[in-house]
Design a protein around this ligand. Structure first.
Ligand code: UDP
Length: 345
C-alpha cells in the first residue's frame, strides 16, 4: 500500500526537493503544509501531492488531523540560518523547539513514525576528526554566545525524541544534514548580509556586490553535501527497509567535500568565470576579510571544522554520497545563472 507522508515545511529547501523525488521515484502520497508554494510550484497539481497553505504555529487542527491520517511525519519547519540565531534567538527557540515539540508529541499520541531533522550543529565545537552519532561529545560555548541556541534547541529535541523512543516506543529517525547545498537553498536575490547560508550568500555577493566577505579569514571548514545525495538518504530512511532506520541517528554529509570557506569562495569565483555572461563580474570581484564580530555581532562563535562519520549511514542505509562539490556548485550555478540570463534576454 502506498505510504502517506506528511511534510511540514514542504516548500523549503529540503521539503521541495523531497517532494520532487517522491513524485518521480515512488508511489507515495505527499500531504504538505507551508506558508508559500513557489519552490513546489511544478508539483502542485500532481495527483499525489496535497498542498495546503498554512503556518504550523496556527493551523494546528489541520496538522493533528493529518498526523492521524498519515504514516510518516517529517516536521521540517525551522530557522536554520546562523545570522538569525544571534539576531532573533527567541524566535529560533519558539519555532525550532516549541512548535516542533507539539508535533513530536502528536506522533507519540497517534503512534506515528517521525523523521526529524536534527543538525550537524549539535556537535558544536567537538574536536573529533569525524563526528560520530553515538560517541561524539556535543560541545557548546557560553550562554552569551547566542549562536548556540539553535544547536541547543535541536539537541534537546533529539534527547526528547530519543527518550520517547525508549519510554513510549516512538518510532523515530533523526538525520543530521551537513551543509547541504543545491539550487533552491535560500534566496539569491536577497542582498542582505547574513540572510543566506554561505554558498548562496557568496553567489549573491558576486552578482550584486562584486565583493565576497570571508569571516575571520575563511579558514573554517565545512563538508558540503549535495541536496540530491541528501534526498537519496531521506528516501531510504522513509522506505525503512526491514526497520533499518528505526530509532537510529544518521549523519547525512559528504566527508570528501571538506573544504575551507576560503577554498569555497575561490571555487565559486572560478566556476562563475566559466559563464560568459558573468565572466567579467567574477573577474572584478574582490575577496576581503572581515572579523566575525563585525559580520555577525558579539554573540557569534564559530565551528572550526565539521566532518561527518558516515559509517552508520553506509551500514544501515546502504547510503553514501556521490556528488563532488564542483558538480554540486555547477548544478546550483546553472540554476541561478541560466535563469537570470534568460530573464535578462
Ligand atoms: N561565512 C563567510 N562569509 C559569509 C557567510 C558565511 O565567511 O558571507 C562563513 C561563516 O562564518 C561560517 C561558514 O561560512 O564559518 C559557513 O556558514 P553558513 O552560514 O553556511 O552556516 P554554518 O555552516 O556555520 O551553519
Amino acid at each position: 500500500m502506498s505510504q502517506k507522508i506528511l511534510i511540514l515545511g514542504v516548500n523549503g529547501f529540503i521539503g521541495s526537493a523531497l517532494t520532487e523525488a517522491i513524485v518521480n521515484k515512488t508511489d507515495w502520497e505527499v500531504y504538505g503544509m507551508d506558508m508559500a508554494n513557489d519552490k513546489i510550484e511544478s508539483n502542485l497539481s500532481h495527483p499525489r501531492v496535497n498542498f495546503v497553505e498554512g503556518d504550523i504555529t496556527i493551523n494546528k487542527e489541520w496538522i493533528e488531523y493529518h498526523v492521524k491520517k498519515c504514516d510518516v511525519v517529517l516536521p521540517l519547519v525551522a530557522i536554520a540560518t546562523p545570522a538569525l540565531y544571534v539576531q532573533d534567538p527567541l524566535r529560533v527557540f519558539e519555532l525550532d523547539f516549541e512548535a516542533n515539540l507539539e508535533i513530536v508529541r502528536q506522533c507519540v499520541r497517534y503512534n506515528k513514525r517521525v523523521i526529524f531533522p536534527s543538525t550537524s550543529e549539535v556537535y558544536g565545537m567537538c574536536e573529533d576528526e569525524a563526528f560520530n552519532e553515538e560517541t561524539s561529545n556535543l560541545v557548546l560555548g557560553p550562554i552569551e554566545k547566542q549562536r548556540w541556541i539553535y544547536s541547543c534547541s535541536k539537541q534537546l529535541l533529539d534527547r526528547v525524541i530519543y527518550a520517547y523512543g525508549i519510554h513510549n516506543n516512538l518510532n523515530y529517525t533523526l538525520f543530521r544534514p551537513f551543509n547541504w547545498l543545491g539550487p533552491k537553498l535560500d534566496n539569491i536575490n536577497s542582498t542582505k548580509e547574513g540572510s543566506s547560508r554561505v554558498v548562496t550568500q557568496f553567489i549573491a555577493d558576486v552578482l550584486h556586490k562584486g565583493e565576497i566577505k570571508l569571516v575571520d579569514g575563511g579558514n573554517r571548514r565545512r563538508s558540503f553535501t549535495d541536496i540530491d545525495d541528501g534526498i537519496s538518504a531521506l528516501l531510504k530512511i522513509i522506505e525503512n527497509k526491514d526497520g533499518c532506520a528505526t530509532r537510529r541517528i544518521f549523519n547525512i554529509g559528504n566527508p570528501f567535500n571538506d573544504v575551507s570557506i576560503k577554498e569555497l569562495a575561490e571555487l565559486i569565483l572560478d566556476q562563475i568565470k566559466t559563464y560568459p555572461a558573468y565572466k567579467e563580474i567574477a573577474e572584478k570581484t574582490t575577496i576581503i576579510n572581515v572579523g566575525s564580530e563585525d559580520y555577525y555581532g558579539s554573540h557569534y562563535q564559530d565551528i572550526a571544522r565539521r566532518v561527518p562519520s558516515i559509517e552508520n549511514s553506509k551500514k544501515f542505509l546502504g547510503w553514501e554520497p556521490k556528488v563532488s562539490l564542483k558538480d554540486s556548485l555547477k548544478k546550483t550555478l546553472d540554476y541561478h545563472l541560466e535563469r537570470r540570463t534568460s530573464e535578462l534576454d
